[in-house]
Design a protein around this ligand. Structure first.
Ligand SMILES: NC(=O)c1ccc[n+]([C@@H]2O[C@H](COP(=O)([O-])OP(=O)(O)OC[C@H]3O[C@@H](n4cnc5c(N)ncnc54)[C@H](OP(=O)(O)O)[C@@H]3O)[C@@H](O)[C@H]2O)c1
Length: 328
């Protein structure tokens, strides 16, 4: 089968499009024929071993898993003897990062617990756009953020992979949502349901006098004291992404602020979770959440897809179409 392989850490230039052995599922795995797979910042971190600590879990000198790609959508082509939930031909999607990655390929083996049946109203590309970004948004808003209906919620970085899901999930959970993005993304963020949109090139939301019950920082940078100032007295700030300085500040100061006052400030390291993905599947099927795709690339051009993602200006998700004309 064809796959995108890397055997050393580096820029997207080290990615090779080559022939590799088609995998065979273990007892608790299914073999998925990959129709589409999306690119995430996590692929980039593993590709470049950046931050350096990535090497502790992913191979100190060279990558342990040589095929990246976590968010797959495809069709079950073979099943292990212990698999109960899926049958041949099922259309599935999921985040396979906990089981060894490998989605930038024509076939991949995945554990049963990483996969959920694909919503019938979504294309394979749309389904592949969902898992990691949407689960991160859900865990940031609900598990860590404790979102409640009627709350005022602000999403910084509302136009990116995580942000477009965060805006829609927060709306679906009954919040009044403010999305922060640049001028060119104002219409997109409004179209996915944000009640208010702040163009960060024209207005600084930390200086306009408004306060929020919950802030999800998906991108950009503001100091932790800026975020603290625009939280309500019982408010919660969850950092899921953005500048390294933003992460350092929340890791150093967040626990102290949370322990000594009524506001909660912390970061989230999202984990693949089948229940969370199933919850999102329901939102997708009901039309309350719709994937936003910026661009699609063929499998042979994963390096270009990752270069584009690395520029940091994707509008929604960047997706790889593995099987062309794949409508079913
Ligand atoms: N915690 C976790 O477990 C977890 C999981 C997934 C992702 N992440 C992290 O989350 C972050 C976002 O991921 P993503 O997939 O959403 O990234 P992304 O899709 O690459 O984000 C790009 C978007 O961010 C916007 N943006 C750039 N600078 C901004 C700023 N200063 N303020 C507001 N928006 C800005 C861009 O629009 P403009 O250029 O027009 O502003 C673009 O639409 C990354 O740092 C990633 O590593 C963390």
């Amino acid at each position: 089968m064809k796959a995108i392989v890397y055997t050393e850490y580096g820029s997207p230039d080290v990615l090779e499009f080559k022939e590799v052995v088609k995998p065979t599922p273990k007892n608790d795995e299914v073999l998925v024929k990959v129709y589409a797979v999306s690119a995430n910042a996590a692929d980039l971190h593993l590709l470049r071993a950046d931050p350096f600590l990535v090497r502790l879990s992913s191979g100190f000198l060279k990558p342990k898993h040589t095929i990246l790609g976590s968010d797959i959508a495809g069709r079950v082509e073979a099943i292990g003897s212990n698999v109960k939930e899926f049958k041949l031909g099922d259309e599935v999607f999921g985040d396979i990062s906990a089981g060894g990655w490998g989605g930038f390929a024509e076939y991949v083996c995945a554990r049963e617990d990483a996969l959920v049946l694909k919503p019938a109203n979504l294309s394979f590309e749309e389904a592949a756009a969902v898992p990691m970004a949407a689960v991160t948004a859900l865990q940031g808003l609900r598990s860590k953020g404790g979102i409640q209906p009627g709350q005022k919620v602000l999403i910084n970085g509302a136009s990116g992979g995580v942000g477009v899901f965060a805006v829609q999930i927060a709306k679906a959970l009954g919040a009044e949502v403010t999305g922060v993005c640049s001028t060119r993304n104002v219409d997109i963020v409004r179209s996915i349901g944000a009640d208010h949109v702040i163009d960060y090139t024209k207005e600084d939301f930390t200086q306009n006098g408004h306060c929020y019950d919950l802030i999800l920082a998906a991108n950009g940078y503001h100091s932790i004291s800026d975020y603290k100032r625009v939280l309500t007295p019982q408010g919660t700030y969850v950092m899921t992404g953005g500048a390294m300085a933003q992460l350092s500040e929340v890791m150093l100061k967040g626990p102290w602020i949370s322990m000594t006052g009524s506001q909660k400030m912390g970061n989230l390291l999202a984990k693949p979770n089948k229940q969370d993905l199933s919850f999102i599947k329901d939102l997708l099927e009901s039309g309350k959440v719709k994937p936003v795709i910026d661009r699609c690339y063929p499998l042979s051009e994963v390096a270009d897809a990752i270069r584009y993602l690395e520029e940091g200006h994707a509008q929604g998700k960047v997706v790889i179409t593995v099987v062309q004309n794949n409508e079913t």
